[in-house]
Every structure is written in C-alpha cells, then in structure tokens.
Design a protein around this ligand. Sequence first.
Ligand code: ATP
Ligand code: MG
Length: 289
Amino acid sequence: DTYYNLKVEFPTKHSYIFSSVRFIIPTLVMTLILLLIFLYTIILAFRQKKLTEMKTDFINNMTHELKTPISTISLAGQMLSDPSIRKSPSSLQHLSEVITEESKRLRFQVEKVLQMSVFDNTGSALKFTEVDANSIIANVINTFKIKVEKYGGSLTSLLEADNALVRVDEMQFTNVIFNLLDNAVKYMDEEREPMLEITTKDIAGNMLEIRVKDNGIGIKKDDLKRIFDKFFRVSTGNRHDVKGFGLGLAYVKKMITLFGGNISVESEFGKGSTFVITLPLIEKSTKED
Ligand code: ATP
Ligand code: MG
C-alpha cells in the first residue's frame, strides 16, 4: 500500500484572522477604560458617603458634648437664685465647684475643636522652644494617675531617656501627650483594670522615642490605617457610649509632623494599643556648654 500526504498551506491565514478581529480591539480598550472610570466613581461616591456620615456624627457628638456642660452650668445658676440654697454654705460650695468643673470641661472641649483649625500646615503659629520631654510627660502623668487609679488601674512611667531635649511648642506637646493618655483611658477594656505605660528612650539616629501603651480594647487592622484621619472614629465596638470628636489623633499627628517627628501605632484588637512617637533630639552638649 502506498500512502500519499497532501499538505495545504495558507500563507496569509494569521493575518486573515487578525484582520477580521482587529476592529474590536479599540472597542475592548474603550470598554475597559469606561469600566475603570465607573469603578473609580463608585469608590469615590462611597468615600464621600462615609465622610458625610462621619461629619454628621461629629456634629451630633459636638452638640452633645457642648450642651451638657452648658445646661449643667445654667441649672446651677438657676439654683443659686433660690434663696434657701443661698443660705446654706455647703450648697453654695458644691454649686461653685460644679460651675468651675463644668466650665473647665467646656473650655477643654472648645479648645479641642479649635486646636485643629488654628494651626495651618506651616506651623507658623507655633512657639518652638527647647524643652525636656521627660519633665513635660511627668507633669501630664500626674493628672492622669488619679484618673486611672480611680478605675483600679495603674499608670507606670519609665522615663529612661538620658537626653530628652526636643524643640517643640511646649503647650502643644503637652496636649499631644494629654490626647494619647486621654484615649488610653477612654478606650480601656471594662473587663480588666487599665494598665497604662509610658516610656521614653534615646534611639539610633539621635532620636527620642516615646511609647504610650495601654491594655484597652485595641483597634482592628482595617481601622488602624484611618485613626489619624480627621473625624474618624471606630464605629463598631463595645465602647460606642464613649463620646468624642475624632479629632484627637488627627491633631496629634499634625503636631508631631510639624515638630519634625513621626507617629505610628501598633495594636491588637481586644488586647491593647501602643502609640510610638519619635522626635529629633537636640544634642545635650550644646545646651550644657
Ligand atoms: P476626640 O477628638 O475627643 O479625641 P476620639 O477619641 O474619638 O475623639 P481620636 O482621639 O482621634 O478621636 O481617636 C480616633 C479613634 O481611634 C477613636 O474613636 C477610637 O475608636 C480609636 N482609638 C484611639 N485611641 C485608642 C486606644 N488607645 N485604644 C483603642 N482605640 C483607640
Ligand atoms: Mg481622643
């Protein structure tokens, strides 16, 4: 038997197929571009919605936080006009304490909202001086120790930095530490006693490291990247009763950046959080000379 092979060749086969589908390529590209634009728009819309919700929350919280002290003060004022109360020195004493405390709180709240808008991004309104971070921190700790101990917890400080001389605005730096400790107390886990720890140490690169550690409710990974955003507050969780503006950490970040430093956070949900600040140090010798 003999077999014969027949070979047929189409030399233009490839270009034929290509030329027949070529016209849909621009269409495909266009569709892809349109799809991407569409997705981007959707993402933007969602972000905008979230922001609007956050702002509404902020307004509601602010109304609440400002109204409470105001109504307490005005109530105390009304009671003062009652003759029977005016005759009793102990009631007078109590009322004046209430008014003082509540107006202090009111001032603190108003200041917090103002802090954010007063300082532009250049920091030109800041008054930079050389200060010892250890001693400022020690001062703030005094205020918080009582608060933490009231909950049966403890606040320990290990201010181990030999050199803690930094160039910052003293007032704002105090506020920064205050805000971090305020959060540590506010977001404590009610199941356990609050154990706060604040440490300072000198680290490589002529930097001061300040760590504020708590054993509070912690922050979920998804929320972690947004906590420094203005108005952002973790929406779900067991501490929704805690009021706030969502401005504290945005302010802290802004200030630390203006001081030439950096802030980062490590947190484990349900375990606790640690905020780490690094600030450039001023050489100790230059000051001692
Ligand atoms: P305020 O402006 O009064 O400080 P706030 O405390 O809600 O309001 P931030 O201080 O900016 O705002 O904190 C943002 C959010 O990050 C908080 O709402 C909270 O959910 C979360 N958070 C901050 N610090 C801690 C912490 N130490 N432990 C757990 N969650 C925290
Ligand atoms: Mg706060």
